[in-house]
Design a protein around this ligand. Structure first.
Ligand SMILES: Nc1ncnc2c1ncn2[C@@H]1O[C@H](COP(=O)(O)OP(=O)(O)O)[C@@H](O)[C@H]1O
Ligand SMILES: [Mg+2]
Length: 270
């Protein structure tokens, strides 16, 4: 569906091995992938299938044992701290636990100002910075005036999740990776967060990668789905092809583990 769009992130033969000898674990085993600009991708697999290890390699937090990662078609080079910082401007992540995303000693103003500074806005006049922070908070239905001078831990879980998205609004990364983004929160805020992420994708054209064990979520949000089993991609394709017409027994099993997904869709036709 997005194959006409330029490549944003791709990989070939990407492998991560932990340990040596008898304690060796091949967490990610020679995976190939092509993610395009503006595409929404889900990587789906059971616990232990290698999803987080892959995510960490994509983010440049751990080095692959073998294989290559390409950013916008060029071999990714994060060999120096400076190049890493540059890569992280384009590649951001949000994690399950909103608490882990913040330095607890930073006020909300500082959290948001840091994002503006990271995007090269350090020299902007104060009023313009406040206007940007107000806009970012408004995007997720928060009021900046009510947050100023507070600490993240003074917010509710839902507000903290939304602040996390306000940060992404300011950072405008090319790639956003969400590892099990919504499992910690209730179904209602989960849908809201997903809506904000999709809206942000529509507005900025970022590539959105969901890492999840929830194949229902994958069907709901993705253009493309990659199914991961024991470190390998066993099936990949459009969300419709993979989830409505699965070829692999493993994919069928993941679908059967969530028997409700089709019943839920049927409610809309009642
Ligand atoms: N730092 C590590 N050292 C050794 N083994 C690891 C490490 N991180 C992950 N693993 C192993 O790699 C495999 C994949 O783990 P992980 O990527 O966390 O899977 P998932 O996110 O799909 O649950 C598991 O067998 C896990 O025990
Ligand atoms: Mg994981």
């Amino acid at each position: 569906m997005h194959s006409h769009k330029p490549l944003c992130l791709s990989g070939s033969g990407l492998t991560k091995v932990f340990g040596l000898g008898r304690t060796k674990t091949v967490a990610v085993d020679r995976v190939d992938f092509e993610f395009h600009e503006g595409e929404v991708i889900s990587i789906v697999g059971e616990s232990g299938s290698g999803k987080t290890t892959l995510a960490k390699m994509l983010l440049g937090l751990i080095n692959p044992t073998e294989g290559e990662i390409y950013f916008q078609g060029q071999k990714r080079d994060i060999s120096t701290q400076k190049k890493k910082q540059e890569y992280w401007k384009n590649t951001q992540a949000i994690f399950q636990d909103p608490f882990s995303s913040y330095n607890i000693f930073s006020k909300i103003d500082t959290v948001l100002l840091d994002c503006i500074h990271m995007r090269g806005g350090r020299k902007l006049p104060k009023e313009q910075k406040i206007a940007l922070m107000t806009e970012a908070c408004g995007f997720v239905n928060l009021k900046f005036a009510e947050l100023t001078n507070k600490y993240p831990f003074e917010l509710s879980g839902g507000q903290m999740q939304r602040l996390m998205i306000a940060r992404i609004f300011l950072l405008k990364p090319k790639i956003l990776l969400a590892d099990e983004p919504t499992s910690m929160i209730d179904a209602c805020s989960r849908a809201t967060i997903l809506d904000y992420l999709m809206k942000l994708r529509d507005e900025t054209g970022m590539t959105l990668i969901f890492i999840t064990h929830d194949i229902g979520l994958a069907y709901y949000v993705s253009d493309s789905v990659y199914i991961m089993e024991r470190g390998k991609f066993v099936e990949r394709g459009s969300a419709d092809d993979v989830i409505l017409r699965p070829k692999q027994p493993y994919t069928r099993r993941l679908i059967n583990d969530v028997p409700k997904i089709y019943e839920e869709w049927d409610l809309s036709t009642v």
